[in-house]
Design a protein around this ligand. Structure first.
Ligand code: ARG
Length: 568
């Protein structure tokens, strides 16, 4: 849609008699109800010597005859909607020509973006609560990549700290190597629970754990060997789940990578921002809000913390990548941590901290066991796949599909889409009914639409040639509506990237599916609207539209990290 955005900027520039470069950077993608583009008029008030509201009115009047856009003033803004005729003539061939490059661009070329996501703590299975960071981060990785940014996905494991002394202590006492090898992370979790029990019953156990972690910190090979074992086992299991989710990282890193430079870092902090002792702990000396707990670098027992290591990691990322943005996809409960991280770096003179963004997200309710324990992510995925299998088995009777593969794609896609469709910062309620609801705002609804488009094209013997298309034959309102929704996808990709908000894309791709469903239903009710029409030219035009819809649906799903099966 970039083309339309530029065209709109050009028309506005001509109407206002300003250079297009002054306009283009201000064009925004508004909420869909407002149109396809929006132009705020504040930036031109000075140059034109008029109040923004007046400029918006003038612009609206001047553009009222536009061939391409319908415009309306809304206070100091001008909102523009692309005329369907313009879309019908050009968009369908354009989408088909672009194929899997549809909705991509090179906006981000030459800029590197770091995305820290998923980043679980080791020695515990991935919980359902890890889904959000993992999938929002994955979607942003794909979306920013599609816009031409060089994206580096980092999984920053929580793999250092006293916990691992505790785990090693209990393992040395009663660990069984064969069980560890066989049961993996589930056994580590069991040991962890036991270690905590032991610690409550016997306070001296804590000292043993601390001493063991100290040995790890000092580089003791035996102690580190155990730690490495726990880490390897954890990583192997995480990777199995990531594979199912179709998520991959450029680098696995971890807090442990920064364990050695701590003293030097603390010296740097003391020499720049400054440090002070607060209740026995070493903290960053910088401005704090009222009642705000200070940022701790070292506890009274000398141990460094998550925050200390995150400062080191942030600096290292800047050194390695000179990033345009460094994104942390982490839950809202760490809001203060990231605020303090940025403030501390700023106090150290690291002005690039402005490029760091905490992409926070809300909680998921309705997904914990009766005892309030965490639910394992894999259990939820398994259940989703099982439910999908039942549904697919019931609905696909006799059709030739790979039920194992499709159940996996639909079940997991349902969970992922069900998460990403929610506004990132809001909490949401997990509800099994929503996940596989073919009639609602769901992954399966979009996947079905995509599969239907594919199967119609298949039945028609393939998609028609791009040049054989006559746009004047597509006149039904359902056809125009579908084209419009397809045309909105690129802007939704941009909006998703700008706001770090995959839900913008989830909504847009769902609207394509919905418009598709309406079109198809219209064809079922009214013979003259059948896609596979008798008339050759008409059938060709409609199949071209179906092909464009297929491309848009597939691209939307893939950028969200949801599979797009061709048959289901
Ligand atoms: N391991 C942390 C946790 O589970 C999240 C780490 C996020 N990334 C970071 N650089 N702080 O809470």
């Amino acid at each position: 849609m970039h083309r339309y955005e530029t065209a709109f900027a050009a028309e506005a520039a001509a109407a206002l008699d300003l250079p297009i470069d002054n306009i283009q950077g201000h064009v925004r993608v508004p909420e869909p109800e407002r149109g396809d583009f929006s132009l705020p008029c504040f930036p031109f008030a000075k140059a034109l010597g008029q109040p923004p509201v007046k400029i918006a009115q003038t612009l609206t009047e001047k553009l009222s005859q536009s061939q391409r856009f319908a415009v309306a003033a809304a206070g100091p803004y001008v909102n523009a909607t692309i005329h369907p005729e313009a879309l019908l003539a050009t968009l369908i061939p354009e989408v088909r020509q672009l194929g899997d490059r549809f909705a991509t661009s090179d906006t981000g070329q030459g800029q590197t973006v770091i995305i820290d996501y998923s980043s679980p703590n080791i020695a515990k299975p991935l919980g359902f609560h890890h889904l959000r960071s993992t999938m929002i981060g994955n979607a942003l990785t794909r979306i920013l990549g599609a816009l031409g940014y060089t994206v580096k996905g980092l999984n920053f494991l929580g793999d250092w700290g006293k916990t691992f002394g505790l785990l090693a202590a209990i393992y040395q006492r009663k660990g069984q190597r064969d069980r560890l090898e066989k049961e993996g992370i589930a056994y580590l979790l069991e040991l962890y629970v036991e270690a905590n029990r032991e610690r409550e019953a016997n306070p001296s156990f804590d000292d043993i754990a601390r001493a063991l972690f100290k040995r790890m910190e000092d580089g003791d090979t035996d102690a580190l060997e155990l730690w490495q074992l726990f880490r390897d086992i954890s990583l192997k299991e995480f990777q199995r789940v990531y594979t199912r989710l179709n998520v991959s990282f450029d680098h696995y890193e971890g807090e442990s990578d920064y364990r050695d430079g701590m003293d030097a870092l603390i010296e740097t902090i003391s020499a720049t921002a400054g440090t002070r002792i607060d209740q026995g702990a070493l903290v960053v000396d910088m401005p704090y809000g009222e009642n705000e707990p200070p940022m701790m670098l070292k506890k009274s027992d000398g141990a460094t913390l998550y925050a200390t290591r995150d400062i080191a990691a942030a600096k290292d990322r800047w050194q390695r990548y000179a990033f345009a943005k460094s994104i942390y996809v982490v839950g809202g409960e760490q809001k203060r941590h990231f605020e303090q991280l940025k403030r501390a770096l700023d106090a150290m003179g690291d002005a690039w901290q402005e490029r760091m963004v905490h992409v926070s997200f809300g909680r998921v309710h309705g997904m914990s066991t009766r005892k309030g324990n965490v639910v394992f992510l894999e259990e939820v995925l398994d259940e989703a796949v099982e439910r999908a299998r039942e549904k697919m088995t019931a609905e696909s009777s006799g059709r030739d599909i790979d039920i194992d593969k499709v159940s996996e794609e639909v079940g997991i896609g349902g969970i992922v889409f069900g998460d990403l469709k929610n506004l990132r910062t809001s909490d949401y309620n997990f509800d099994w009914e929503d996940i596989l609801n073919t009639k609602g705002f769901s992954g399966i609804c979009v996947q079905y639409a995509h599969a239907r488009c594919s199967s119609i094209l298949h039945r028609a013997g393939g998609a028609p040639g791009i040049d054989a298309y006559d746009p004047s034959l597509l006149v039904a309102p359902e056809e125009v509506a579908l084209v419009k929704e397809i045309g909105r996808l690129p802007a939704a990709v941009l909006a998703a990237a700008e706001g770090f908000e995959p839900s913008r894309l989830a909504r847009a791709v769902y609207e394509v599916a919905r418009a598709w469903n309406r079109y198809q239903q219209a064809g079922n009710a009214d013979k003259t609207l059948r896609i596979l029409a008798e008339d050759d030219a008409l059938r060709t035009a409609r199949l071209a539209l179906v092909d464009a819809a297929r491309i848009a649906l597939k691209q939307g799903l893939l950028l969200l990290g949801v599979a797009a099966p061709e048959a289901m």
